[in-house]
Design a protein around this ligand. Sequence first.
Ligand SMILES: Cc1cc2nc3c(=O)[nH]c(=O)nc-3n(C[C@H](O)[C@H](O)[C@H](O)COP(=O)(O)OP(=O)(O)OC[C@H]3O[C@@H](n4cnc5c(N)ncnc54)[C@H](O)[C@@H]3O)c2cc1C
Length: 457
Amino acid sequence: MRTSVVLFTCDLRLSDHPPLRAALRGGGRVVPLFVRDPAVDRVGFAAPNRLAFLADCLRDLDAGLRERGGRLVLREGDTVAEVCRVATEADADEVHMTGDVSTFAHLRERRLRQALQADGRRLYVHETVSTAVAPGAVTPAASDHFAVFTPYYRRWSEQGLRDVLDAPRTVGVPEQVDSAPLPERGDVSGVSPALRPGGETEGRRRLAAWLRSGVDAYEIRHDDLAGDATSRLSPHLHFGTLSPVEVVRRARGVGGAGAEAFVRQITWRDFNRQLLAARPEAATRDYRTRRDRWRGGRDAEADAEAWRQGRTGYPLVDAAMRQLRHEGWMHNRGRLLAASFLTKTLYVDWRVGARHFLDLLVDGDVANNQLNWQWVAGTGTDTRPNRVLNPVAQGKRFDPDGAYVRRWVEELADVEGGAVHEPWKLPARERSRTGYPEAMVSLAEGLERFKRARGQT
Ligand SMILES: Cc1cc2nc3c(=O)[nH]c(=O)nc-3n(C[C@H](O)[C@H](O)[C@H](O)COP(=O)(O)OP(=O)(O)OC[C@H]3O[C@@H](n4cnc5c(N)ncnc54)[C@H](O)[C@@H]3O)c2cc1C
């Protein structure tokens, strides 16, 4: 009987899992393997919120495998060395895994292929596991990737998606391969107090609830900060506890303007991945340089720290930053505003902000995070690179009653209505009683500085 190793990475599910199904074809045995690799910590990617969510995912995956007669094998160490070791112990001649787009993933895949080949084993890398459409599957005439979203979306929408695969009924795992103990969420310190649970079971529950009673209103409510009316599926898509192919197919099955707008957002995810696959250096370098000479030194660091702490004196920015710290997640409208404030109003390097987001976001993802930061900073694919979001105008538009700010900025919890967006207009005594910080910079000065830096004045 053939034995294969399935290396789980960003695909922590049993439903719609092409590598697992390929490994099990014809009734073979598999070793479902996850490697906790210290190299992930060394590149600064192992943040507490994601480690806690990962612990949930691994336990849920193990439980699902046990229901099918199998179990998850966890190893700690260098991924390549561990996969080769497990393949030898199980006498496996194939390894299956999901394709990924970062430099880290490319190098890992190349090293793994070489090491397995040297042992006479084969590596199969499967696409459309962590994206709906594979990176590079659609390209414009004169380039290896799309740099503008709208034409990408048009071509992406014309692609036929593969069928969704059921979870396997049984999974036979060779007995001789042992496992390290699975991590527990409780082992991780520094986790955001309101971090939500991970795992495929939870992801599928959330998806079903979203399609039943959220997606219809998505087009009109997705920017309503207080309404919290987006899917919150991003951590599940990041860890692969949900399949993007399945999510898109099921949303299309619901139909209507809400589902269409939702699928369009999922396309942004594939868009960023096809861009990073073609330009992996965009994780750290400007995709399009604007010759920025970002502010540095002590003043800039003090400003960045006030921003991280949610103490800029601009209530909507602070609300978003405090939501991030408390939940390990932030509403997209908050992300846009917080990133615009740091890179444009404060004129601090986008990499400083992207690092902080990666330290806290449970959905923190190299492609989506770095490229969205670049988009906002104007060094990425935004066709209006010098637009600057005004926190007061954004507040009046997307949090008109001020409920989102009151939820997160406790100093302002007693200020009624939209007045909460302009605390500097409160009567002096009331204002000082709140204890809320003064605005750290005038918006007009920030705008002037940015325009000068970008040669706009
Ligand atoms: C500065 C900045 C940093 C960001 N960092 C990340 C990140 O690290 N990881 C991440 O998954 N998303 C990131 N985003 C994109 C977006 O904010 C989140 O995907 C979204 O807020 C997640 O909430 P949701 O699942 O409720 O989204 P929904 O609005 O319900 O959208 C559905 C799905 O579409 C995808 N999506 C939505 N908007 C975007 C977008 N702009 N770009 C790419 N994919 C999108 C996500 O997978 C999301 O789960 C970032 C955006 C900005 C502006």
